[in-house]
Structures are given as structure tokens and as C-alpha cells.
Design a protein around this ligand. Sequence first.
Ligand SMILES: Nc1ncnc2c1ncn2[C@@H]1O[C@H](COP(=O)(O)OP(=O)(O)OP(=O)(O)O)[C@@H](O)[C@H]1O
Ligand SMILES: [Mg+2]
Length: 362
Amino acid sequence: MIELIDISKTYPGSEVPAVDNFSLEIKEGELVVLVGPSGCGKTTILKMINRLIEPTSGTIAISGDPIDAVAPHQLRRGIGYVIQQVGLFPHKTVGQNMTTVPELLDWSKADIDSRRAELIELVKLDPGFLDRYPSELSGGQRQRVGVARALAADPPILLMDEPFAAVDPIVRAHLQDVLIALQNRLHKTIVLVTHDIDEAIKLGDRIAILSNGGHLEQYAPPREILRDPANLFVADFLGTDRGIKRLSLIPVSAIDLDRGPVVQRGASAAEVTAATAKYGTDWFAVGSDTELDGWASIADLGVGGVDEVKLEPFRTLLSPESTLKDALDAVVSSHTSVAAIFDGGRFLGMVTAEAISAEILR
Ligand SMILES: Nc1ncnc2c1ncn2[C@@H]1O[C@H](COP(=O)(O)OP(=O)(O)OP(=O)(O)O)[C@@H](O)[C@H]1O
Ligand SMILES: [Mg+2]
């Protein structure tokens, strides 16, 4: 969909190129994240795609056509742009801001009104906001209006420059979820810039990791980058918790679950001993094939069998859609050192620290 071939940009008066021989290919419907330290050329690359900046050399093509073959204003009709720092027009209302492009394109008033209603719903803002001014919104709300404005004329391509940088981590996580939901529905081709590696991992189908001068260090899906960083720069950039980050991308359903030391209700002390010996635990759980009543320590077991023991509940209940990171958290914060997995109320099995570690090393 978008091809950048040997792109360089040297700003006037500068000795060194801001972007030096950069190439990248972005597929249709893909969300690609450009990530890298401040000043490495991310914004410059993004602005070359919609010709706000002209490259010194190299070519950019969209759907096979070089972008300098059409006039910039024509090109930009097909490219929504969310700029760094939002940049809403302060004297226009939220509604007017959102439909800036349709107005420039002379859509009818009826079409513009109905598009406004769609857009405000799309970014999950209350329609009551339409008549407010940007100064009357929170930072997170303004960012959503910025996203709505970029989507107004339904462009196939969306360029987003640090769209959620200015908000606190909770609002940011929420806006990321809004974008994911939106992308699942709209399937735009999106190039998003951030310097937050966690944001890149959460949002990107593929991540391009850049160093100074727009040097492409690695371009791959998040799981691959986390499993196999191309070099020290990438490994450093990913941080020391690379393994844990990777766990956040793997669902519990991806690994084989252990049944664990579970005995049936009414089991004898001998059956408990057999079960705990098999799993090497000092605790056991009681249940049926599909239910789990709770667990107890072997030390609490008398000669009377399991029905006389007071059971502790499993406190963290995870589902197959939970991530291995959630499972690890349950493992390290429970006395049993396992995470119990349920589908609805049905007990599926347990995740152990060994199983998580085996998956990381795979
Ligand atoms: N108009 C300009 N004139 C001269 N140099 C510029 C201009 N714009 C950017 N630069 C330089 O080009 C380099 C890349 O800038 P760019 O804005 O692309 O970085 P960035 O990766 O987006 O950084 P940040 O994460 O801080 O937004 C920087 O060294 C910057 O100082
Ligand atoms: Mg920038």
C-alpha cells in the first residue's frame, strides 16, 4: 500500500541527513508503528508520506503510484493526519473541527451533519461535546477529536504522530483501546509514530525500530522483535523486561494446561498423597472433572480425608483469553504458585511457572 524506497532528507543548513536512506513497505490494512528515540526522524518520515516535507532523494509510492505524480492537496484527501500536539482549531467547535476536510471538499450540509454524528460515535465521545470549543475539553477528549478529524473524509490511510502522548497512562490505555476497536472495524492502513515501546507493542501489527538518522534497526511483528531482537540497540530499546513484555502478547490458550494436584471430593488421604507426589506440591486441590472447590495444604490433611479439610478459594480466576503475563502475576502472588484457568465456571487446568518459562524459551 505504501512503499518508501531509499528515502533521504537533509534539512537546509544541516550537514547530516535527518533521514538517511530509509526504506519501508506497509501493507494494506496494516497498522505499522515507527518507534525510536527523540530526534531520530520519525515525524520527518511521516510528513514525507503526505508531502508536508519533500524528500531530498528517494521515492514514495502509494498503491504503486509515486506520490509526486499528484498534487499534494489531492494526495492528502486520501490520507488522514493526526499531528503531534493535536492542533485543533481553537475558534471552531468540536463538530466544526471534526468535519474540516469534508467542508473543504464542499460536502452538502446534510452529509456533513450526518458524518459528524458518525464520527463522534466512532471515537466514543458524547454528542453533547459537538458544540463545545477545544479549550473546554480534557487532553484525552481533544486527542479523540483529532482522531475523528483525521477520519472525517474516510481516507484509506491514516498517519498518526504521537497521537496519545499528551495524556496520563490511564487515559492513554483507554485511547489505545479505542483505536484498536476502531481499526478492527475500519481496517485502515495506519502509520503511527511513538517513542513508547509498550504502545508500539500493544498497537502494532509490525514495528519499525529506528535509531538516529532514520536508520531502520528492525522491522517485524512485536512478538518476533521481542523473541529475537536484531541487535543490542533493539534489545536495549525493548528494555530489561523483554520476556515479560512478550508474555503480554501470548494468550493462556497457546500453552498446554496442567491438570494439577486435583483430587475428587471425598478422596482419601492416600489419593491426596499420590496426587501431590505426582506434581511435587505441598498442597492439593479438591473438585470434580469440571469444577474446582479450592485448595489446602497437605499439613492440614488429617486421616479423615479431604472432606474434613477447610479449603481456600483460588483468588485469581483467569480465562483462556488471559495473557501469560496475567498468569505469571497469579503464579507469583498465590500460595499455590499456579494460575487456575476457567472457561465461564468450568475448570480447564492450571498454568505453572515452568510452563511459562518453557514458552518464553521456545
Ligand atoms: N524544519 C527543520 N529544520 C531543520 N532540522 C529539522 C527540522 N525538523 C526536524 N529537524 C531535525 O531533524 C531530526 C529529526 O527530527 P524529527 O522531528 O523527524 O524527529 P522525531 O523522531 O519525530 O523526534 P520526536 O520524537 O522528538 O518528535 C532532528 O534532529 C531535528 O532537529
Ligand atoms: Mg516527532
